[in-house]
Design a protein around this ligand. Structure first.
Ligand code: AMP
Ligand code: GLY
Length: 422
């Protein structure tokens, strides 16, 4: 099978890495890929969807896997499907589950999926009235895609009103904030749950926990994610069952009934409040860095999971996972997440230690290959050091051993990834 992966991050690298271990896979392409995916396959630089579809036809690509949300929201799946090509991901219409928080919240309400009490509005007056009915902290969200930055957790009523005013006036997030969601604050612990869906059937992957804050002990600003681990012991059978019955099944049935069956990754941002899973948000793609920990846990061929989901055949898939844990530590650049940092050469020590060779690896993200053939850190989140083990503690130790082998100017990482599970 020849496979094209759309995207450039550590998430796409980790999907590629899983596919290189799969004997059904012959050739991998990435578009655009990054400075390290060229070691797993061939990087392309085609951004137009029809031109990508031309490439797929001309090169006998059997399956395209879309990593990030932007091409999904922009309709890449619609273009490929209209041309009879097999692609893993939701249509533009279904991708509104992530593309519009208002669409998502209203969908959850229509199908009685548990979520925080909210209003959606473009009126400042209505926002103020609702804010007055809530207790602080209060959550204010811009409607559209804002690269994960469109959420303000206001510590007071005044701060919430100010955030709503700034979003609605277009000052904070431009057009993405011309409508907003105001919602109650949920106090609990957060999980990332991923269901691979084929429109009707689904497979739930080992649940992960992300670490969104920059600094240890979950302090500092929000980031794209500084590390994650899976499976998390914070999910038990009871929570999985509630997620299946109250969340995933009504969502798949609802999407089908509304004429937009959901195919792809349903990423469920869950807050567990007093043992009850409540939905914070949906995304329509893998989490990054969660994907980097989940992919290595997959025991059955990765191509089978994605291909069967893309062709509506998941019920005939036998998807298995290793009985192991994975911990991933994001190594970021010096000024992440505030501003970009100068390019820095990456040096990874030769690894002689058998334990590490077999149980740890790097998923490369914000890296570029220089004209000198060397790898440079050029993005905010540069790479993820992933350790695998029979326990979370063992996986964490290996991930941090690998961190010690990686060098570049200005490297920063958290030193406590997975602490909530230890
Ligand atoms: P979102 O983009 O909606 O996932 O929000 C980003 C982050 O803000 C989430 O991962 C949560 O940590 C936090 N968050 C969002 N909504 C709420 C809420 N209603 N209560 C508590 N935390 C929230
Ligand atoms: N790690 C969270 C996300 O990808 O949105």
């Amino acid at each position: 099978m020849n496979i094209l992966i759309i995207g450039a991050g550590g998430r796409e690298y980790s999907i590629g890495l899983a596919l290189t271990k799969d004997e059904n896979v012959e050739k991998l392409y990435f578009s655009p890929g990054n400075g390290a995916t060229d070691e797993l396959g061939e990087n392309l630089s085609i951004s137009d969807f029809n031109a990508l579809a031309d490439f797929v036809e001309a090169n006998n690509v059997d399956l395209t896997i879309v990593g990030p949300e932007a091409p999904l929201v922009d309709g890449i799946v619609d273009v490929f499907t209209a041309r009879g090509l097999t692609i893993f991901g939701p249509t533009a219409e279904a991708a509104q589950l992530e593309g519009s928080k208002i669409f998502m919240k209203n969908f959850l309400a229509r199908h009685s999926v548990p979520t925080a009490k909210y209003i959606e509005t473009d009126s400042l007056e209505a926002a103020y009235t609702f804010i007055n009915t809530l207790e602080a902290p209060i959550v204010v969200k811009a409607d559209g895609l804002c690269g994960g930055k469109g959420v303000i957790i206001a510590q007071s009523h005044d701060e919430a009103k100010k955030a709503a005013g700034e979003m609605l006036s277009g000052n904070s997030f431009g057009d993405a904030g011309t409508s907003i969601v105001v919602e109650e604050f949920l106090d609990g612990y957060e999980l990332s749950v991923f269901a691979i869906c084929d429109g009707k059937d689904y497979v739930v992957l080992p649940a992960a926990q992300d670490h969104k804050r920059l600094l240890n002990n979950d302090e500092g600003p929000n980031t794209g994610g500084m590390g994650a681990y899976a499976p998390t012991p914070l999910v038990n059978d009871d929570i999985y069952r509630k997620l299946n019955e109250r969340v995933i099944e009504p969502t798949l049935k609802g999407m089908e009934a509304e004429g937009m069956p959901f195919t792809g990754v349903l990423f469920i941002g869950v807050m567990v409040v007093k043992g009850e899973p409540i939905i914070l948000e949906y995304n329509v793609r893998f989490g990054d860095p969660e994907c980097e920990e989940i992919m290595p846990l997959l025991k059955s061929p990765a191509s089978e999971l994605f291909y069967k989901a893309a062709t509506g055949d998941l019920k005939n898939a036998r998807i298995e996972f290793h009985d192991k844990y994975a911990v991933g530590v994001v190594m970021a650049s010096k000024d992440y997440p505030y501003k970009s940092s100068p390019a820095a050469e990456i040096i990874v020590d030769d690894i002689y230690h058998e334990e590490l060779k077999e149980n740890a690896h790097i998923s490369y993200a914000g890296v570029s290959r220089g004209e000198d053939g060397k790898l440079y850190a050029t993005g905010g989140r540069v790479l993820v050091c992933v350790g695998i083990g029979d326990s979370i503690a063992e996986a964490q130790k290996r991930a941090y051993m690998l961190v010690g082998q990686v060098h570049y100017a200005g490297k920063q990482c958290r030193t406590d990834i997975a602490y909530q599970a230890l």
